[in-house]
Design a protein around this ligand. Structure first.
Ligand code: NCD
Length: 335
């Protein structure tokens, strides 16, 4: 391994820009900060609940009052379309009062600190905060300082737990509930991917064999300690796998000199029809979105029968219902 980059998520919980001396409240179930350390039973319960919500959606709509009387703020300090809308839909369908803002319309753009902004919002009577922030540890930091529940909607390169859960729910459906012994390949920029991090934690806990593939400059040193194997090539990772998850090529990585060109990337790591055929016969194609068509995923593969990308999106609403319900219920128990 020639790579000498530091692995962001091997830092202690709550670390990063928002380093805080007491352990982050990862085991306080009012919060959902990550899938690292989440027990298998909890994961399976959440997936079962997520499937119930998905069944309700398929029957015509979610009929839950789990968030009646609860006020949720979606605080997105980083761009988002699907995650933010998915949370908003889930919250509204369960009866919550919902307020949302994004980086551009927040007072942090005027110099206010993250914590001051969030304390102001809490003082207005908000019970739950769904936060996306560019700094790893931001969600844990808020969980340590705010009274209410905090759900991590993506913190820097650390975790994106509801994405990890919706990926697992999609696989649960595709694999008829059996995770043990399945093989999954994650291909792309592993280094900067909170999606990969949450997926690895959840998949490994459920007994899935995870192979990682990507440019050496984007493969964090020590990532094997999370329980995944590093494959030398995309073909090696995908051959015989039950699923492949392509990650978005973040163009800004090229500006940082970590990649030669998008063309070079596509040649070595892009998922085309030939690579897709290396999967097992029922193997599926996943992507968290947004997809750079023709870069990490070829259009014919993204639109093929093997693709479960839109299923992932639908499952996102269902899985967020389950996660929100659980955090709200735990908050009531604590209160
Ligand atoms: C991802 C994210 O923001 O972490 N997208 C998502 O939430 N579905 C991945 C990405 O932006 O590439």
């Amino acid at each position: 391994m020639t790579n000498v980059q530091a692995l962001p998520t091997l830092a202690p919980e709550g670390a990063g820009h928002f380093s805080y001396p007491v352990p982050a409240p990862a085991r306080d179930h009012r919060h959902l900060l990550g899938l690292e350390g989440m027990p298998r039973e909890t994961l399976l319960e959440l997936l079962e609940d997520g499937q119930c919500y998905r069944d309700q959606m398929d029957r015509g709509g979610i009929a839950s009052h789990a968030l009646d009387g609860v006020t949720v703020c979606n605080a997105f300090f980083e761009n988002s379309t699907r995650t933010r809308l998915s949370f908003e839909l889930a919250e509204r369908r369960m009866g919550a009062t919902v307020v949302s803002f994004s980086a551009t319309d927040s007072s942090t753009a005027k110099g206010e600190t993250l914590l001051d902004t969030m304390k102001v919002i809490e003082a207005m009577g908000v019970d739950m905060v769904v936060v996306r922030h560019a700094s790893s540890g931001a969600a844990a930091y808020l969980a340590n300082h705010l009274q209410g529940s905090v759900i991590n909607a993506g913190d820097g390169t650390h975790e994106h737990p509801t994405q990890g859960l919706l990926d697992l729910l999609t696989l649960r459906q595709v694999w008829s509930g059996r995770f043990e012994g399945r093989k999954l390949a994650i291909v792309g920029d592993i280094m900067h991917s909170r999606v990969a991090r949450s997926a690895i934690h959840g998949l490994v806990t459920l007994g899935v064999q995870v192979a990682l593939a990507g440019p050496a400059t984007l493969m964090p040193a020590g990532i094997e300690s999370l329980g995944a194997r590093i494959a030398p090539t995309a073909d090696d990772a995908i051959a015989g796998a039950d699923a492949v998850m392509a990650l978005r090529l973040q163009k800004e990585r090229m500006e940082q000199g970590l990649l030669a060109s998008a063309g070079e990337y596509t040649k070595h790591w892009g998922i085309d029809a030939r690579r897709a055929r290396l999967l097992r016969p029922h193997g599926v194609i996943m992507h968290p979105g947004p997809v750079n068509r023709g870069v990490e995923l070829m259009p014919d593969v993204a639109d093929s029968k093997r693709s479960v990308i839109l299923e992932q999106v639908t499952n996102g609403v269902a899985m967020r219902c389950a996660a929100l319900e659980r955090c709200a219920a735990e908050s009531r128990n604590v209160a």
